[in-house]
Design a protein around this ligand. Structure first.
Ligand SMILES: *Cc1c(COP(=O)(O)O)cnc(C)c1O
Length: 221
């Protein structure tokens, strides 16, 4: 079942687009099953859950933190996390830099862009993002790489709305790339698309799609 779903998604991925299997709330057995089928990138939303699973599961898994991250929890994942998707303040980026230094690493991060209609979602507005990048303090951080942007589309059935949000995210990504990272090959990721909208995200230029339910089934909270 998990293997069948994975194979279906892998087939749909164009060159340069990778699947992050979102395994939050699913047991390690399900992750192991996906691993055995060949999946290597997994995403979790909660630090404690991520730390517990990382300790048990194969060491060559690339663990992404995809959920909102509190600054006081960065230290627990700094030694091993492969990509932090939802960096939404300069303060958080600085803390990741500090903890990465302690762990003697450079940690890859994405800046979270807020485009969706919902008030409750985290992230930088386009204006806030551009202002933060323009101010330039991030350039002093030696132990983080800003590798791209992440976003979540509005929770709606209106696929035209979803598509226009992905398209705007790609537009902002291109602008940021040209303006601030033209010579940094690591700035190359646009993380967008979930179970219900990842095929649209792929069409609009996603390089990382974050799919949970379609692979693992409904989450039991
Ligand atoms: C849960 C989650 C996903 C996966 O959602 P599904 O609908 O289960 O595919 C993707 N991205 C983020 C940030 C999430 O929190």
């Amino acid at each position: 079942m998990i293997e069948k779903e994975l194979k279906e998604i892998w087939k749909e991925l164009p060159e340069g687009c990778r699947l992050v299997a979102i395994s939050k709330y699913h047991p390690v057995e399900a992750i192991q099953e996906a691993y055995d089928a060949g999946q290597r990138i997994f995403g979790e939303n909660h630090v404690q859950e991520l730390v517990e699973k990382e300790a048990i599961l194969p060491k060559d898994i690339q663990w992404h933190l995809t959920g909102h991250l509190q600054t006081n929890k960065v230290k627990y994942i700094a030694p091993f996390v492969s990509l932090i998707h939802a960096v939404d303040t300069l303060k958080l980026l600085k803390e990741i830099d500090k903890q990465a230094k302690k762990a003697d690493r450079v940690i890859d991060c994405l800046l979270e862009l807020h485009i969706a209609q919902e008030e409750t979602k985290w992230g930088f507005s386009e204006e806030e993002l551009m202002q933060m990048l323009e101010e330039g303090e991030w350039k002093e951080l030696q132990n983080v790489h800003i590798c791209g942007l992440m976003m979540m589309a509005s929770f709606t059935d209106d696929t035209a709305q979803i598509r226009s949000e992905f398209r705007l995210a790609k537009h902002i990504y291109d602008e940021v790339k040209i303006k601030y990272f033209p010579h940094d090959s690591y700035f190359c990721e646009l993380s967008m698309g979930m179970s219900h909208d990842y095929t649209i995200a792929i069409e609009e230029g996603a390089t990382l799609v974050r799919v949970g339910t379609k692979i693992f089934g409904e989450r039991v909270y």
